[in-house]
Design a protein around this ligand. Structure first.
Ligand code: UDP
Ligand code: MG
Length: 319
């Protein structure tokens, strides 16, 4: 199969028929074989019935239905696992992403050598409370990840099959799929300006809390990709540094005390010096950080994925 179109949908029963019809119109202009995998993320509306009807009239439609709402990342993850196509395109269900972009996205993956192409909603039809945090978010993510995309969180993205089979999207990590892909070794990440429409039916499924969650997730992703397999390098280094500062400070205090005593001068109490508290705090924090690193190291060592590496190709092995 040439193409899998993954559509995560949560309470989008009004949009789905139009979306499937639109995809059908676009795909009928091409020779590609394809499937539309609708992942129903525990919808409480009429989605189930709508999908059943669609399936009756269009054999390209496939569906996976969650019993409850797990979130967009979970929906994508399950869609990725099920995808049979050589190219995988994800698309929001709410008609904000345009199926008209499919042929060009396909061309970029198939003929221009991209591992992954992310849509860029250059002209965006969303309220300001969404576009503003998003600008900031994209700038920070760009800086931290070194991936030069304008719009990390665009629902419309295209991938080589290998990419989606190698990454695991969990939690709310769907915003960081380009980072996950890069970490898995897929570095040819491109961008395409895509048409974006206003939401036609229903309401947005993400509130303002997405901004906070988004930044916390960015911290996790950065930490996991940089230090996930070697936490001691972060905590150990910080801890040692802290401890060292505290240690030097206490040596200084001790030496001063001895000097005073030696010269039979009346020495001030060590505890009356601010350096005493600095030294104490630094040494305690340093030890704690070091131990945290040690425990984290023990945890990673026993994690089932400690030796999971992305292997691009094997030669001379039986499958
Ligand atoms: N979505 C989902 N599970 C959720 C939330 C959203 O599958 O828990 C889907 C939703 O149905 C839509 C896509 O993710 O197809 C993007 O959501 P939405 O349009 O609400 O986000 P926005 O465009 O407002 O950023
Ligand atoms: Mg939307």
């Amino acid at each position: 199969m040439d193409l899998s179109i993954i559509v995560p949908s949560f309470n989008e029963d009004e949009s789905l028929p139009e979306l499937v019809a639109w995809i059908g119109r676009v795909m009928s202009q091409t020779q590609w074989t394809y499937e539309i995998v609708i992942v129903d993320d525990g919808s409480r509306d009429n989605t189930m019935n709508v999908i059943e009807k669609l399936q009756g009239t269009d054999s390209h439609v496939k569906a996976i239905s969650f019993r409850r709402n797990y979130g967009k990342s979970a929906a994508l993850n399950v869609g990725f696992a099920a995808a049979e196509g050589n190219v995988v395109i994800t698309m929001d269900a709410d008609l904000q992403d345009s199926p008209d972009e499919i042929p060009e996205l396909m061309d970029m993956i198939l003929n221009q050598g991209y591992d992954m192409v992310s849509g860029w909603k250059k002209v965006r039809h969303d309220p300001l409370n969404k576009t503003l945090p998003s600008k900031l978010f994209n700038a920070v993510t760009r800086k931290i990840s070194g991936i030069h995309l304008h719009d990390f969180n665009c629902g419309l993205k295209a991938y080589k099959r290998d990419v989606v089979k190698s990454i695991e999207v969990y939690g709310e990590m769907h915003r960081y799929i380009p980072l996950l892909a890069k970490e898995a070794g897929f570095v040819k990440i491109g961008e395409k300006v895509v048409t974006h429409y206003e939401r036609k039916f229903g309401v947005s499924k993400f509130g303002i809390e997405r901004t906070i969650k988004g930044f916390l997730d960015l911290l996790s992703v950065t930490f996991m990709t940089k230090f996930g397999k070697r936490p001691m390098h972060l905590f150990g280094a910080l801890g040692t540094l802290m401890f060292f500062i505290g240690f030097i400070a206490s040596i200084w205090l001790g030496a001063k005390k001895i000097w005073f005593v030696y010269h039979s001068l009346s020495a001030p109490l060590i505890t009356s010096s601010p350096y005493f508290y600095l030294a104490l705090t630094c040494m305690i924090l340093g030890t704690q950080l070091f131990l945290t690193g040690f425990i984290a190291e023990l945890v990673t060592r026993n994690a089932p994925e400690r030796n999971t590496y992305q292997i691009a190709r094997k030669l001379g092995f039986k499958e």
